[in-house]
Write a protein that binds this ligand. Structure first.
Ligand code: ADP
Ligand code: MG
Length: 700
């Protein structure tokens, strides 16, 4: 079904001139995932990472050391090394202003003597250095005669390569690939938009990027590259919207609820919902009341009060006669939700239950029966909820808390638990706007951008680990005033190699000072023990909780006001932010102490600095994006989401919302992509292999 016009681009790259079987394999390794074959389109979309600028053609006397120069020289003298010596072969060259040595290590003498005959003139290009006060070029990149020089590009694209694939071959491959670009590719961008942006057409853009005439041609901000990035983003947004439109159409149940139960809950609270909570809730119940199926992401920084929003949404489902389920990533969290919501639910007549992998068989059996009989309104739990044996009587709403802990697969499997089930995914990872559009483009987004009132800012300090004694002493004073502290260590067991402070060892240390007031929790404990440790801390029986990063997600102990993080330099920004979010939940002044072991690398130094400077999760996420690139933020590498080939969000992120609006508008007018522009956009979808969307085209 692919337009025949595009077929040449999907031929194997091994068909390109000059690409033998061995080079074809290298291209496969670089551009495809063998056994898949690299195709011509892959070669075209593998754009240069940089540029060698050979335009500087000074006289020898003017050549600047450390720069790439192209010299026109006469060969004066060959200086081969003595036999069996490991010294380099040198060739003395000159022009009318001075001389220069060309230096070749482990050289092929025949080649040198053939390429650089004494008395002849040649062009040589490479990086000029000063050595012992003398000019030299070690292994010039180019040694050319007049005819070859006339064909040499002065700006040479530099490609990302793989072992066994010389730059020369990559250049040859791209030359061949560019030659196969069909001339008649229809323009899929709006012509007025194109003119306004002064962007070239697709072919011209590809040519400019692969064969730059000006350094700007290759820059991420250059018009050619920008256009290509936009094409990639547009194809993605279009695909996401098409998939979503398709998904949303069939499934739907218009929930009827006057909000009576939710109002009762709100009345029973000791506080009032924030404006952000109210807004998010109304967006959610708007979705639930419509006959579309809801697929919504609720983003809110740690402590922004997502649980209440979830509860109120579930109350609407229950009032509308349906069941709701909320899934937490850990047993501790599921139990914590249950403990916190039980009284509230019971008081308004909502039947709440909790199910985790730890339940006794009889207990579990009873829960299952009640669930199937519709005697449970809201079921909380871990992913145990989504096992096959769990059958709901009338499931209407599924909420996934802290979704980044769940894989993409699980997210997809969610809707399968019942017909027309609304899905709300909650995350505390502040996701930069640009990434939301990219990776959650198939979801609507609500944001809790306001924290409940009455919280004082968290004072964050960085302290070198040598001063750990001061920190321990400081804790002693805080304990006397009844405060509670988390103490986070990166690893459970002593690992000499990494020299990490082990939680168990630290626990013993702190016990020497503070005895029974110290508790410990880590990932290798039985869940029963974890829960007991959490409860003791929550109740104030222990006041210091030594922990590995198990407390990272969601745990809520409002009385905790001190967070100590050891080896803070080893944590990522997102993690530090999550951890810090565990304190500052009550009205008491809270503090976060980042213990670090120097010397700090530049990235680590910046991370700690950012933590000191701001508490704003979105700001931190943006910085994180800048420091690390997008791949790691959402763990996309593991989840198998493709990275972009042409777009680089650190530069092109502003194009995303434009591409999204563009795609929306197109689909609003021409959902089947039948118009002329629609047809052109089909070609775009094929080119970027948006197969999910292409499949829908075929179906339609
Ligand atoms: P998170 O978004 O991190 O899941 P929680 O839902 O656990 O946050 O809420 C954090 C704390 O804030 C809880 O103790 C909760 O009771 C409290 N809280 C939630 N909403 C409000 C509000 N509107 N006013 C005051 N406190 C609130
Ligand atoms: Mg939470």
């Amino acid at each position: 079904m692919r337009p025949a016009l595009l077929d040449p681009l999907f031929a194997d790259a091994s068909r390109l001139q000059g690409i033998g079987p061995k080079m074809a394999l290298a291209l496969d390794r670089l551009l495809a995932a063998p056994p898949a074959k690299a195709r011509i389109i892959d070669v075209l979309l593998h754009v240069p990472a940089g540029l060698t600028d050979r335009r500087s053609r000074p006289k020898i006397v003017d050549a600047v050391a450390g720069t790439v120069v192209t010299l026109h020289v006469q060969i004066v003298e060959l200086q081969p090394p003595p036999p069996r010596s490991r010294a380099p072969y040198k060739v003395l060259v000159e022009d009318e202003t001075g001389d220069c040595l060309l230096v070749f290590f482990l050289a092929n003498h025949d080649w040198i003597e053939r390429m650089l005959p004494v008395g002849e003139k040649r062009y040589v290009s490479g990086k000029l250095e000063l050595w012992d006060g003398h000019r030299q070029i070690v292994h010039p990149d180019k040694v050319l005669d007049e005819a070859a020089f006339a064909k040499m590009p002065l700006l040479e694209p530099v490609y990302g390569l793989t072992e066994g694939l010389p730059a020369r071959i990559m250049l040859q491959a791209t030359t061949g690939a560019l030659a196969r670009l069909p001339g008649q590719i229809p323009e899929w961008l709006d012509s007025a938009f194109l003119r306004q942006r002064k962007w070239p057409d697709f072919n011209t853009a590809l040519e400019a990027v692969h064969r730059p005439q000006d350094p700007g041609d290759i820059a991420l901000e250059g018009v050619g590259r920008t256009r290509l990035a936009y094409d990639e983003l547009l194809s993605q947004q279009l695909a996401l919207l098409m998939v979503r439109a398709h998904r949303r159409k069939p499934a739907g149940h218009a929930l009827k609820s006057a909000g009576r139960l939710a109002d009762q809950i709100i009345k029973a609270l000791a506080y009032r919902p924030t404006n952000a909570q109210t807004r998010a809730l109304s967006e959610i119940i708007g979705d639930m009341a419509s006959d579309h199926r809801m697929l919504r992401l609720l983003q809110g920084d740690v402590g922004s009060g997502k649980t209440l929003v979830a509860l109120l949404a579930m109350a609407h489902a229950v009032e509308g006669g349906r069941q709701a389920a909320m899934m937490a990533p850990t047993e501790i969290l599921a139990r914590q939700h249950y403990a916190r919501l039980l009284d509230l639910c019971t008081s308004v007549g909502i039947r709440l239950a909790c199910m985790t992998g730890r339940d006794k068989p009889a207990e579990r059996q009873r829960t299952l029966e009640q669930l199937a009989a519709g005697q449970i309104d809201i079921l909380l739990g871990t992913h145990a909820l989504f096992q096959e044996s769990v059958a709901f009587a009338n499931l209407g709403l599924v909420i996934v808390d802290e979704q980044h802990r769940f894989g993409v697969q699980q997210r997809l499997a969610l809707g399968a638990k019942g017909d027309a089930v609304d899905v709300l995914v909650m995350t505390a990872t502040p996701i930069p706007r640009s990434l939301v559009l990219t990776h959650f483009g198939d979801m609507e987004v609500s944001v809790l951008d306001e924290k409940p009132p009455g919280r004082s800012p968290i004072v964050t300090r960085t302290i070198p680990s040598e001063r750990i004694g001061d920190v321990v002493a400081g804790l002693g004073r805080a304990l006397q005033t009844g405060q509670r502290a988390y103490w986070i260590c990166p690893l459970v067991d002593e690992n000499e190699d990494l020299d990490l402070a082990a939680a168990t060892a630290r626990f013993e240390d702190l016990k020497q000072y503070y005895g029974d007031k110290v508790g410990i929790i880590h990932g290798q404990m039985h869940s029963r023990d974890k829960e007991a440790a959490m409860e003791a801390f929550s109740a104030g029986v222990t006041q210091i909780l030594v922990a590995t990063i198990v407390v990272e997600v969601g745990v809520d102990v409002p009385e905790a006001s001190i967070m100590v993080i050891e080896h803070a330099e080893r944590f990522g920004l997102a993690q530090l932010h999550q951890l810090r979010g565990r304190v500052g939940r009550g009205a008491a002044q809270s503090s976060c102490i980042l213990l670090y072991r120097g010397p700090l690398g530049e990235a680590a130094r910046q991370r700690l600095q950012i933590m000191r400077d701001t508490e704003d999760g979105f700001e931190i996420a943006e910085m994180d994006l800048r420091l690390r690139g997008e791949g790691e933020i959402l763990g996309t590498r593991q989840s198998g989401l493709p990275a972009y080939r042409l777009a680089d969000l650190t530069v092109h992120a502003p194009l995303l919302p434009i591409a999204r609006d563009d795609a929306k508008l197109v689909l609003a007018r021409d959902a089947d992509l039948a118009s002329a522009r629609g047809q052109a956009l089909r070609a775009l979808l094929y080119l970027f292999e948006r197969n999910e969307a292409v499949r829908l085209l075929r179906a339609g």
